[in-house]
Design a protein around this ligand. Structure first.
Ligand SMILES: NC(=O)C[C@H](N)C(=O)O
Length: 153
């Protein structure tokens, strides 16, 4: 992310065989913030949100902006209204830019197993496993695939 020092935020979203979705987000926060700053990561609806009715989201970016629009909840709300994970993520990230001129990255899975990794930052390392395949990338538009067996040796 341009101009912002990050400390390795890691997120995960998952769907199990019983139809349950889950999200997890961990972060070292941002540099040069006030002592005691909490940030968005532990705030439900901002750093992450999961609801079996729609799907799960994990976010990374500037916590103050993400919290102002409760980005993770906004994306699940978009899915509740019928959007795919990719559309819901793009719409949420567009809102973050339009309202606050801020960028972020998100990973999303819905309760049907469709998923998306979207970001408006310069890049975001991401990976997904679905249908026996590994998908991964870093740069905008980069989607590489490899058979799951290749990484399970
Ligand atoms: N890189 C990050 O995701 C930082 C985190 N969202 C925070 O503001 O604390």
């Amino acid at each position: 992310m341009s101009g912002v020092s990050e400390h390795e935020t890691i997120g995960a979203v998952a769907l199990d065989t019983a139809g349950n979705v889950a999200c997890a987000t961990s972060t070292g926060g941002l540099s040069n913030t006030l002592m005691g700053r909490i940030g968005d990561t532990p705030c439900i609806g901002s750093g992450g949100y999961a609801d079996n009715l729609s799907g799960a989201v994990s976010t990374t970016g500037t916590g103050e902006a993400i919290m102002k629009i409760t980005l993770a909840r906004l994306i699940t709300f978009n899915m509740e209204r019928g959007m795919s994970p990719a559309e819901a993520a793009d719409t949420g990230l567009k809102c973050l830019w339009t309202r606050l001129q801020n960028t972020a990255g998100v990973i999303v899975v819905n309760n049907a197993g469709d998923w998306a990794a979207k970001f408006t930052t310069d890049n975001m390392p991401w990976a997904a496993v679905a249908g026996g395949k590994l998908y991964y990338g870093i740069a905008l538009g980069e989607v590489r695939t490899s058979p799951i067996e290749d990484i399970c040796q």
